[in-house]
Design a protein around this ligand. Structure first.
Ligand code: SF4
Length: 482
């Protein structure tokens, strides 16, 4: 008999996506999420708590110990409770975690998610604590969603690959997620078609270096040339075979794989949104070399220019690390200069911190914490100026907004433009407009978002068709094709 579970997620989009997959396999095997039950019942008789951990940027194990520590009173009251750790920390530490973290029963790696229900039942039956962290190198498994009509949120993530073959010197992902393994194009396209049939309007293709995709169903490319990537063909297949899809995005591309054929796809495929999140990490060639990013600043800028030439109005966002070992004031100024030059409309900035098993451990972490904090604040200041300047140019224009759901502010709904700007929309529409693409007149720019009202014509002609579930959370566990 299956039990009741809770999944807590820490970290990146990939981890959030893995949490969805865990919920899906648990539900497909008869488990119930206690978060779906009335608040008073929650946790009282929970059988399984999964902590899905991230080790990319946090002091991961410390955080994990503290989270497990918080669960100790619950475990004392309910000794049958299974506490599991999943995600990157699980993969990284394996058996060692069982020895070091009291109260832990199960350690499960990202590639072992399909085994979670069976492993949890073993623990509930009294098996000794267990770690299962084996990469599925020979026969990669990808869980595919099979949503029913009305269950889909407006915007969904679809996995294209797992692992990473790059070796950026600061990054633990190649160690915790293993080498690149790809999902066949046909499977990806079929899953997207199912989502769209169930009401989804927008899909984001998800992979650590999503643009290095190669279709495992096809013969391997003849050379290592990044332009041999089959990612543009995947985009074309989605565009051709899922005509009902309104917007297609992907995250995150590695600049090295942003090839002429991918740029051509942006010029030719209307479904591709006019926004790319392309991590740059630094604007200094010296730092890029130390980070083993395998491109130079000028190459990054040139790729940005090609994208913008291919698709008018395309915007970019990025990730930046400050305080990488050896970063001088001059290197950091080069990064600020790049942010201004490209005019990123969104930026995630992080202070470097050494991660276990990464090549950068050999470099001295010689930028002081105070300098890292000061540089991060200056970086955010420059980035926010770029964002504000960009948003201000949109006031008074009319933008096509895909409505995703209610806004946090009462009486408003929230959506995004094709370029990914968040728009809060005031509307008196008497029918649900969730899932609709509305022409919205932009009245105001906030710090990170826009505010507007639909044009009269937009509300007068809402099509009759099945709509996504307005009450559904933005992400949701669903039945699987197993
Ligand atoms: S491309 Fe670099 S930063 Fe991104 S996951 Fe791979 S190793 Fe990490």
């Amino acid at each position: 008999m299956a039990g009741r579970y809770l999944v807590h997620t820490f970290g990146c989009q990939m981890n959030a996506h893995d949490s969805d997959r865990m919920e899906e396999v648990l539900r497909a095997n008869g488990w119930t999420c206690v978060a779906d039950e009335p608040a008073s019942d929650r946790r009282a008789d929970v059988d399984l708590i999964v902590l899905n951990t991230c080790s990319v940027r946090e002091k991961a194990e410390q955080k994990l110990r503290s989270e497990v520590g918080k669960l100790a009173p619950l475990k004392e009251k309910n000794p049958g409770l299974v506490i599991a750790v999943a995600g990157c920390v699980a993969q990284q530490e394996g058996e060692r975690l069982l020895a070091r973290v009291p109260h832990l029963d199960l350690v499960i790696g990202p590639d072992n998610i399909p085994e979670l229900p069976a492993l949890a039942l073993e623990q509930m039956a009294g098996a000794p604590p267990r770690a299962r962290t084996v990469f599925d190198l020979d026969a990669p498994r990808f869980l595919a969603a099979a949503p029913r009509a009305g269950e889909a949120p407006v915007s969904v993530y679809v996995t294209t690959m797992k692992g990473c073959d790059e070796r950026c010197s600061f990054c633990i992902v190649p160690y915790t997620r293993g080498p690149e393994r790809y999902r066949p194009s046909d499977e990806i396209v079929s899953e997207i078609a199912r989502w769209v049939e169930a009401g989804a309007r927008e899909v984001t293709l998800l992979g650590q270096t999503v643009d290095s995709f190669r279709d495992p169903a096809l013969p391997p490319p003849e050379s290592d040339d990044p332009d041999e990537s089959q990612f543009p063909s995947l985009l074309r297949a989605v565009a051709e075979r899922v005509p009902g899809l309104v917007r297609l995005r992907y995250t995150s591309p590695h600049p090295r794989h942003l090839t002429p054929s991918l740029v051509r796809a942006h010029a030719e495929l209307d479904v591709l949104a006019e926004h790319v999140h392309m991590p740059v990490q630094s604007g200094s060639d010296r730092m890029l070399k130390r980070m083993i990013r395998r491109y130079k600043r000028a190459e990054y800028v040139e790729r940005v220019a090609r994208l913008r030439a291919a698709r008018k109005g395309l915007t970019l966002s990025t990730d930046v690390i400050v305080g990488f070992p050896g970063e001088t004031e001059e290197d950091f100024e080069a990064t600020l200069d790049l942010v201004r030059e490209v005019g990123f409309v969104g930026l995630f900035g992080f202070k470097y911190s050494p991660r276990p098993f990464t090549p950068a451990l050999k470099l001295e972490d010689d930028v002081s914490e105070a300098t890292k904090s000061e540089r991060l604040a200056r970086l955010f200041d420059v980035a926010e100026r770029c964002t504000r300047a960009h948003l201000a140019t949109l006031v008074g224009t009319t933008q096509a907004v895909l409505v995703e759901g209610p806004s946090k502010t009462q009486g408003l709904v929230e959506g995004r433009t094709r370029r990914n700007e968040i728009v809060h929309v005031e509307t008196a529409a008497s029918v649900s407009i969730v899932g609709e693409v509305l022409d919205v007149e932009i009245l105001r720019a906030n710090k990170h978002s826009l505010f507007g009202r639909p044009t009269a014509a937009a509300l007068a002609s809402l099509p009759a068709r099945p709509r996504p579930n307005a009450a559904a959370p933005r992400r949701r566990a669903l039945p699987l094709v197993l």
